[in-house]
Design a protein around this ligand. Structure first.
Ligand code: MN3
Length: 205
């Protein structure tokens, strides 16, 4: 068994409201594919590790031999992070969260606008490459950022929503304007998918 690149759940031009087609094609077909290929190469011959779902592989990172651990952190994280990223966006995205997710966001952060501004702050505050996240940790919602491709799973957190702030995610359209990208990104957020992840994270932990 090997890890595989999941197809984009929509055409590459579906997210034009926030992200251009060429960025999507390169980001998915080159960057994400590279993480998958490098993860499989690092785990060659490690049948037990290759059989784990990616989130479990990262949660149990200490079971990965030390000589390949950093490769699994980088490329396994890259695989997990991007697999989620594609799924939580949609051409039908945008608007506001609803239901129990909206209630939890409001009770944790005050209101949705405050939540969005904290995600933006986390994304802008990440120097260099990384991610801004909404995670569930010990039953509570939290905003965190990680460097490089570090996954929240490494820290025992479950990612509910995450936005890629590597330059490869936005440079063609936004150049150095990360803040503009982070604001436009909400137009394509698939809140239904985010809500599903919240429900399943609460059920599972
Ligand atoms: Mn990326």
């Amino acid at each position: 068994m090997a890890f595989t690149l999941p197809p984009l759940p929509y055409p590459a031009d579906a997210l034009e409201a926030a992200i251009d087609k060429m960025t999507m094609e390169i980001h998915h077909g080159k960057h994400h594919k590279g993480y998958v290929d490098n993860l499989n190469a690092a785990l060659e011959g490690q049948a037990a590790l290759l059989a784990k779902p990616i989130d479990q592989l990262l949660r149990e990172i200490n079971s990965v031999p030390e000589n390949i651990r950093q490769k699994v952190i980088n490329n396994g994280g890259g695989h997990a992070n991007h697999s989620m990223f594609w799924e939580i966006m949609s051409s039908q995205g945008g608007g506001e969260p609803s239901g129990t997710l909206a209630e939890a966001i409001k009770s944790t952060f005050g209101d949705v606008a405050a939540f969005k501004s904290k995600i933006k702050e986390a994304g802008l505050g990440r120097f260099g490459s990384g991610w801004a996240w909404l995670v569930l940790h010990n039953g509570k919602l939290q905003i965190v950022s990680t460097a490089n491709q570090d996954s929240p799973y490494l820290n025992g957190q479950t990612p509910i929503l995450g936005v890629d702030v590597w330059e490869h995610a936005y440079y063609l359209r936004y150049q150095n304007r990360r803040a503009d990208y982070l604001e436009a990104w909400w137009k394509v957020v698939n809140w239904n998918e985010v809500a599903k992840r919240f429900a399943s994270a609460q059920g599972g932990k």
